[in-house]
Design a protein around this ligand. Sequence first.
Ligand code: KIV
Length: 269
Amino acid sequence: MERKVKQVTTRTLAEMKARGEPIAMLTGYDHTFARLLEEAGIDVILVGDSASNVIAGHETTLPITLDQMIYHASAVVRAVKRAMVVVDMPFGSYQGDSRAALKGAIRIMKESGAHAVKLEGGRPILSTVRRLVEAGIPVMGHLGLTPQAIYQFGGYRVRAQEEAEAQRLYEDALSLAEAGIFALVLEKIPAALAQRVTQALSIPTIGIGAGPHCDGQVLVLYDMLGLNKAFSPRFLRRYADLHGIVVEACSRYIRDVKERTFPSMEESY
Ligand code: KIV
């Protein structure tokens, strides 16, 4: 008899924070990698709008559409039994009126089968967060270096280093938690600030470039697998050199085809 897998839920994550067990989250955009993440035992897969960069080759996360996010999320959802799947709401789908945001979030949940959505920003999006939460949609927040605001920031440097911005971020975090988010991503902020926010909240924080005191960590899958040699921020630990492995494997294949050593008769019918 097949054993039923216990799914990771918002409650699981709250319990993990309560007992001090770190949460491991990675981004995922397609079925094949999502299957591997599930097999590895990942807790949460974030279908990040970083798909706009790493899959589609755009400079920023801004161009990706709601339909494209739903396409990626559906492929990921079909691969998982245990992991929780969180989907980024793309730029422009929630910053305006909260009715439109609710419609977009419902489309994500209904059409992809994902378990939660993620929104970037603090107090300016509070009414939208409340509306989604009231509709029964789990919402993950995201503060710090929020890539959808990159043109406003003017670059990818560490955020909230000055006291005023740090205090604003801290208050945004409290407000988002009060509005009902179940977890909060903190991106590229000083470790001491991330620690202060993490201690103040009963919901888990998940850091990327936010130091070791968060309740969990997230990295962009393609970056941590070493697929992108050009991207080397201090916070990125590479767990593999897939760039080298893929280029080497493809070079060998090309050589074998050119030399007519592939396929052999054993590989033929
Ligand atoms: O889109 C993404 O990959 C993200 C992570 C960097 C947190 O939002």
